[in-house]
Every structure is written in C-alpha cells, then in structure tokens.
Design a protein around this ligand. Sequence first.
Ligand code: NAD
Ligand code: UDP
Length: 320
Amino acid sequence: MHLERRILITGGAGFIGSFLCERLLESGANVLCADNFFTGTRTNVAHLLNHPRFELMRHDVCFPLYVEVDEIYNMACPASPIHYQFDPVQTTKTSVHGAINMLGLAKRVKAKILQASTSEVYGDPAVHPQPEEYWGNVNPIGPRSCYDEGKRCAETLFFDYHRQHNLRIKVARIFNTYGPRMHPNDGRVVSNFIVQALRGEDITLYGDGQQTRSFCYVDDLVRGLMALMDSPDSVTGPINIGNPGEFTIRQLAEEVIALTGSKSKLVFMPLPQDDPKQRKPNIEKAQEILGWEPRIQLRDGLTKTIAYFDNLLSDRMAAE
Ligand code: NAD
Ligand code: UDP
C-alpha cells in the first residue's frame, strides 16, 4: 500500500524537468527522476538528492523501464536545436522509442502519462496565432525534422494508445520556455543573449531578427503541466501551454541589453534553415479547461534569469 503518489519524470535532470521534480516533491509526491544526462546534469537536481521522497536514476528512455508508478511526465528529449541536431537519429529514437517504452510502462502499471510535446509540431506556421486544431507546416526531411517529426509521431502514439488501450493520456504542446538552469551553452536564444550581454560579447541575431517567438517563464509552464496532469481523465489535450506575449528576436535582444546595462552590440548572422518566422500560442483551451494562464511578464522573467546567469558566470570566474 502507498499513500503518496509515485511519479516518474523522464528527463527530470533537465531544465524544465528539474523544476517539475521540485514542485512535485513540494506537493507531497514521491519523485523518481530518470535521465541519461545527455543535456541534463546531476547539478540541476543536486539540491534534491537528500530529499527522502526523491530518487535519481541514470536511464535512457530508448530502453524499457520497469518501475511501479502512478503518473509519468515524459520530458526526456533534447530541446535546443544545437543539441537535437547533434545526433538527429538519437533524437528521433528518444521521441519515438521513448514514447513507446513509456506508454508500454503506463499500460502495464495503469499509470496516467503526460507527453512534453512542442509548438514545433506546427512547424513554420501558416496560421497565426496557433490553435490546437492547426495541423502544422512541417518539413519532413530538413535539419529540424528529427525533433518535429519525432514529437509528432510521439503524439500519434499517445492517441493510439489512448484509443486502442484506453490509456489515460495528456499531451502538452509547450511553447518557448526560459528561466534559470537553462544550460549556458545550449544555444537557445534567451540563454545565448543573456550570456553574451553579461560577458559584453556581440549579441548574435540570426537573420534580420524580425522572426517572432512567445516566451513563457518556467514557473508558469510547470504550473500548467501540473494542472493538465491533475485535470479529469476526459482531458487528453493536445493543449497549448505557453505565454501569448509575442516579441521579435530583435526586441528580445534590446530588452536583454536594457536589463543588463550591457555595452554589447547586435550582430547579424545567417538564419538557420527552416527557422519558423512566427510563433504565438492560442491558449484559450488552457484558460477554459485548466483555468491556467501565465502570470510572469517577459521583463520580470528575464530579470530573474539574468540574476541566475550573473551568479553562475561570477562563480565560474571566481573558480578560474
Ligand atoms: P533539456 O535539454 O534541458 O532537458 C531534456 C532532458 O532530457 C535532459 O535532462 C536530458 O539529459 C534528458 N534526455 C535526453 N535524451 C534522453 C534519453 N534518451 N533518455 C533519458 N533522458 C534523456 O530541455 P528542456 O527545455 O528541459 O525540455 C524538456 C522537454 O520539454 C523536452 O521534451 C522538450 O522537447 C520539451 N519542450 C521544451 C521547450 C522549451 O522551450 N524548453 C519547448 C517545447 C518543448
Ligand atoms: N536565435 C538568434 N540568435 C541566437 C539564438 C537563436 O537570433 O543566438 C533565433 C533563432 O534563429 C530563432 C529564435 O531565436 O529564430 C529562437 O531560437 P531558439 O533556438 O531559442 O528556439 P526555436 O527556434 O526552437 O524556437
């Protein structure tokens, strides 16, 4: 007999996963974090290692896992374009074999399972903002396809397990998320710009910087994922979780420069292939069904994130 919920978080040592581990422990759950440390680190969860309800295991989701749990958050997958394009075959395997293995586990132990899907399933969207009904505009054979199509196939598997095996599923389409514990070298725009600004290096704008993104602070995102997991079984998603505030990448750069007081200059570099021109979630479903919406404005979230990187870089300099 167990009184507390037992929750498996794959990719739990990553940026979003580590916050999820923290919040779920605070909610009283037992948390099992499984990660192969491809982009995540033990450091991200070091402060949880002595917690009596926390367990960390090295595991690659491409292989089956046999554990007794009540809920699974399937977060395992590199999220930064640099990292997911480093070994694209492994990226597809992580999404597809990972989904098959975790769905198989959920089926065996009758667990509820949530998939960390992505706004990338909409590709370079021709519909703006993106509602869940939009089927997307995805290149199946480009450099981003390993991630986009892997995540799309994972969604297919989730819905087939739901229809075929009555699994309780939850599919969250996560839009660009930022905050402390992003890897300083992971290449994503928020961490790149903050690190560049703090070091006084050039800020690298890809293309003309007029492409847009909508940035969600990690605390808001994690609250949204937990609300989805705790929603009635009839709520499967897919459901967009993101902040609808839309900014050009140039505006983001200017905001980071203003908040850091940096003397960095903007430099323009080639736009990567298939880089989406615009992205903004329609979050009406999350508002109506989950009663969720983001609370943290970009400026406030950036201020917290800058403080984190400032400490990190100062500690590193002190250690050198
Ligand atoms: P992250 O790279 O920090 O975390 C991913 C974690 O998964 C890492 O700890 C990594 O080591 C682990 N991992 C990778 N492959 C694995 C494997 N085969 N087996 C076990 N663990 C593995 O990225 P993140 O930003 O925290 O993203 C978490 C999830 O959210 C990912 O699934 C990502 O696709 C999704 N997502 C994130 C964003 C975002 O903006 N951060 C947007 C959309 C979707
Ligand atoms: N980007 C940029 N400079 C950088 C890193 C990224 O201009 O140093 C741009 C990138 O081309 C894209 C946007 O910022 O248009 C968001 O990139 P990121 O890799 O963070 O996420 P994604 O493209 O997956 O949304």
